[in-house]
Design a protein around this ligand. Structure first.
Ligand SMILES: [Mg+2]
Ligand SMILES: [Zn+2]
Length: 181
C-alpha cells in the first residue's frame, strides 16, 4: 500500500549544484554557493519539497579529508539554511570508491551514485514518495541514480544537452523556475 502521507522530495546533488565544484570541497571557507542557489532552496521549500542532499564524497575514501570534516561542513550548511528559514531534511554522502579508496572505503557500494542507495535510504527514513520527487544534479551519474530509484522528474545542470527524459537547466534556480511553470 502506498503511504498516503509520503511527501515529495527534491534530491539535490551538492557540488556543482548547490555550491561551486572546486574539487573535494571539505570546509565551509571553500563552500561557495552557486548563483541563486540559496533562493532556489527557499523556493523549493515553499513549493512543498522536502530537501535532501545526496553527494558522492570519495575524498573521504581517498584520504583527502575525514568523515568528521564532512559532518562538520554539513552541520554548518544545515545551520546556515535554518537561519534563512530553510530546513534541510537530510544530507546523505558516500565516502567510498571502487578502485581509488583506502582500507574499508575501497568497495563497490550501494550508495555511490550512479547507484540509487542514498535516495532509497532517504526515501525510507524520511517517508518520501519517489514518484512525485525530483532530482537535480550536474552529472549523468546523478540522473542514473535518480532513474534507478524511481524519481519522477530529473533535471541536469549543464551547459550542454541532456538525455531525452532529462530536463537540461543552466542552474538550480532554473529548475525551480521550470517547476513553477
Ligand atoms: Mg555534482
Ligand atoms: Zn558508498
Amino acid at each position: 500500500m502506498p503511504d498516503p502521507h509520503a511527501r515529495p522530495a527534491a534530491f539535490l546533488d551538492r557540488d556543482g549544484v548547490i555550491n561551486a565544484d572546486h574539487g573535494y570541497v571539505a570546509n565551509w571557507d571553500d563552500f561557495e554557493f552557486m548563483p541563486g542557489a540559496e533562493d532556489a532552496l527557499r523556493e523549493l521549500k515553499s513549493l512543498g519539497f522536502c530537501l535532501v542532499i545526496v553527494t558522492n564524497q570519495s575524498g573521504v575514501g581517498r584520504g583527502y579529508y575525514s568523515e568528521t570534516d564532512v559532518d562538520k561542513l554539513h552541520q554548518t550548511l544545515i545551520a546556515h539554511c535554518a537561519a534563512m528559514g530553510v530546513e534541510i531534511a537530510g544530507i546523505y554522502y558516500c565516502p567510498h570508491h571502487p578502485s581509488e579508496a583506502k582500507g574499508d572505503y575501497l568497495q563497490l557500494c550501494e550508495c555511490r551514485k550512479p547507484a540509487p542507495g542514498m535516495l532509497l535510504t532517504a526515501s525510507k527514513e524520511l517517508n518520501i514518495d519517489l514518484d512525485v520527487s525530483i532530482m537535480v544534479g550536474d552529472k549523468p551519474s546523478d540522473m542514473e541514480a535518480a532513474q534507478r530509484a524511481g524519481v519522477g522528474k530529473r533535471f541536469q545542470v549543464t551547459q550542454g544537452s541532456a538525455d531525452a527524459d532529462v530536463i537540461a537547466v543552466a542552474s538550480l534556480l532554473e529548475a525551480v523556475d521550470y517547476l513553477r511553470g
